[in-house]
Design a protein around this ligand. Structure first.
Ligand code: ZN
Length: 159
């Protein structure tokens, strides 16, 4: 007789701790692991794999920051900040938000993309402070331009 999904779940729960069922499950698991050795492998070397992945990503990141940095080093092109965690990639002609929206590339996927595409121009390494200052200047410019050209729109922009 075919059991409904809920009934089967209930039944499985009931028998799961019985010795014969435990043995059965153990055998099934062993068979599965034999068929998919990477599962066991992954479990065994989980930390090592995570560490390796992290190191790999870091290496790509440092490469990208170095290329777009100064003197082949991963430093901010404006102030020379060299602490890696403060650094970021800046779009020289702005438009970073649009690009993120269009391509969906952020963080590692962007670094990886740049690397495999021969480091296209238009980027630079900036620290967070310099990035922030640049953004403030950009907003100020935008505001001023609006005030100059379309004074009637200024109110809309400010509100
Ligand atoms: Zn800086």
């Amino acid at each position: 007789m075919a059991l409904s999904r809920e009934k089967k779940k209930e039944y499985d729960k009931k028998i799961r701790n019985l010795p014969w069922r435990k043995e059965q499950l153990k055998k099934a698991r062993a068979k599965y692991n034999q068929k998919h050795p990477w599962q066991e492998y992954y479990k065994k070397y989980k930390e090592r794999i995570a560490l390796y992945t992290e190191k790999y990503r870091e290496r790509i990141k440092v490469g990208v920051y170095s290329y777009y940095g100064k003197g082949g080093k991963p430093v901010c092109v404006i102030c020379g900040e060299e602490r890696l965690d403060c650094l970021s990639l800046d779009h020289i002609n702005d438009g970073g938000a649009q690009e993120r929206k269009r391509t969906g590339r952020v963080g590692f996927s962007l670094y990886s993309f740049l690397r495999s595409n021969g480091y296209p121009t238009g980027y630079q390494t900036l620290c967070m402070n310099c990035q922030f200052i640049k953004e403030r200047a950009r907003r100020k410019r935008k505001l001023l331009r609006l005030t100059d050209e379309k004074s009637s729109n200024t109110q809309t922009y400010l509100s």
